[in-house]
Design a binder for this molecule. Structure first.
Ligand SMILES: *[C@@H]1O[C@H](CO)[C@@H](O)[C@H](O)[C@H]1NC(C)=O
Ligand SMILES: *[C@@H]1O[C@H](CO)[C@@H](O)[C@H](O)[C@H]1NC(C)=O
Ligand SMILES: *[C@@H]1O[C@H](CO)[C@@H](O)[C@H](O)[C@H]1NC(C)=O
Ligand SMILES: *[C@@H]1O[C@H](CO)[C@@H](O)[C@H](O)[C@H]1NC(C)=O
Ligand SMILES: *[C@@H]1O[C@H](CO)[C@@H](O)[C@H](O)[C@H]1NC(C)=O
Ligand SMILES: *[C@@H]1O[C@H](CO)[C@@H](O)[C@H](O)[C@H]1NC(C)=O
Ligand SMILES: *[C@@H]1O[C@H](CO)[C@@H](O)[C@H](O)[C@H]1NC(C)=O
Length: 340
């Protein structure tokens, strides 16, 4: 960090080209994974996604989360719930909101868990500050799909801003670091590549590029869990928190899941990501600096069919008991019915 401050003072802007380098305390081994990658696509109903040959193909290679749901509508609050723990930090629409609340990043950094957010079409400001622009019409980047930008303690902190990078420039380079790649990677494609302005088969091309880049690097894939999900389905009912907002979600990474080509039908939603990350790295729950709302991560459950080193049931094999869509924890998909 001293080096970059020096360069900035000298009037040079190397922020955009800054390579990833780990720093901070040595992190603990994860319970289920040592790296979590999430790729977020847009506004597609589950049946439409399953209808695409490539997305169907991915379900053969990993575990489908058949009971996974978006948390609300429209887009932005869904992204925010993937990294925080209250009802979207008070953000309920797609406007440029700022929140004083904490996020999963506030738990990661003291624990030495490295992170980066990859945003297609994003350009940081000269000197490395976060670029809070609403959208770039040329590159099809939008702030509403970049949840990190809404948190004051990220957007206003130049050192944290270094971790929000242009995806096209950095993603493949960082995957090439193999074991040294960031431990948490959040990937947002642009408005064409995420299906927002296009369709699911268009989005499949970008997803295949990303997935191939990762799967071809064995060092990178060791104990890595890749979650491919959507922000919400394409049926817009305002504030339908907890109601049906079913989306295609698949986990890839045979070191981390109990079975592949299988379905876990338990009810999950975007908050489950946060709880899974907290439990994986034995972190606390996220503090509520303004005391405004109860943290959902205090009582939500993590993904249920993950494989820890001491529990390798069904590893590297399809498990027929899950494959029929009736996992041991199957539910009818109503969040009210869950045993917290
Ligand atoms: C998981 O292992 C199975 C069996 O080897 C393979 O078919 C599948 O492609 C693997 N999945 C991933 C994401 O590597
Ligand atoms: C949030 O902060 C950005 C600058 O970072 C500002 O442009 C925007 O107006 C703020 N939003 C609100 C609702 O205050
Ligand atoms: C949009 O992105 C392009 C390419 O990175 C950049 O040249 C341009 O300045 C950006 N526009 C805005 C308004 O930031
Ligand atoms: C900014 O972020 C860095 C790295 O995450 C952290 O060490 C520092 O305390 C933060 N600065 C402020 C003013 O919060
Ligand atoms: C998706 O859009 C492309 C054009 O970009 C079109 O050729 C294709 O048929 C569409 N696919 C579906 C499933 O609608
Ligand atoms: C399935 O996805 C994998 C990973 O991207 C890819 O290597 C393979 O070619 C795909 N197969 C089909 C039939 O699409
Ligand atoms: C998890 O953290 C708690 C304290 O926060 C500690 O008591 C416990 O030993 C840790 N567990 C593991 C497995 O590291």
């Amino acid at each position: 960090m001293k080096l970059s401050a020096g360069l900035a003072l000298a009037g040079l802007s190397l922020a955009a080209a800054m390579p990833f380098k780990r720093s901070g305390p040595t992190p603990a081994k994860g319970k289920w994974f040592d790296r979590f990658v999430v790729i977020v696509l847009e506004n597609t109903n589950k049946d439409v996604t399953f209808g695409d040959p490539y997305f169907l193909n991915l379900t053969n290679m990993g575990m489908t989360l058949g009971g996974y749901h978006g948390t609300t509508h429209p887009s932005q609050p869904n992204y925010i719930t993937m990294i925080s723990n209250t009802i979207a930090g008070g953000v309920f629409d797609d406007a440029d909101h700022n929140t004083t609340q904490d996020s999963i990043i506030d738990l990661f950094e003291p624990a030495g868990i490295t992170w980066r957010a990859y945003m297609e079409g994003y350009t940081p400001l000269e000197g490395g500050d976060c670029n809070p622009l609403t959208e770039n019409d040329t590159t099809l980047y939008v702030r509403k799909h970049n949840p990190f930008m809404s948190f004051d303690n990220i957007r206003n902190n130049k050192s944290r801003c270094q971790n929000i990078v242009n995806a096209e420039e950095h993603f493949a380079k960082d995957v090439a670091l193999g074991a040294d790649a960031p431990m948490y990677m959040f990937y947002t494609p642009n408005l064409d590549n995420d299906a927002h302005n296009t369709n699911i088969s268009f989005a499949a091309k970008d997803v295949q590029y990303l997935v191939d880049t990762m799967l071809l690097n064995k060092e990178f894939m060791k104990n890595t869990m890749i979650l491919i999900t959507f922000d919400e389905n394409n049926i817009y009912i305002n504030d339908n928190f907890g109601l049906d907002n079913s989306i295609y979600t698949v986990i890839l990474g045979n070191d981390t899941i109990k079975c592949y080509d299988c379905v876990d039908q338990t009810y999950y939603n975007h908050f489950t990501q946060v709880v899974t990350l907290e439990r994986n790295w034995n972190l606390s729950t996220i503090a509520q600096p303004d005391g405004s709302e109860e943290g959902w991560d205090q009582w939500w459950r993590p993904f249920g069919q993950l494989r820890s080193a001491s529990d390798d049931v069904c590893a590297y094999a399809p498990c027929s008991e899950y494959y029929d869509g009736k996992s041991p924890a199957a539910s009818d998909g109503n969040w009210e019915d869950q045993d917290f």
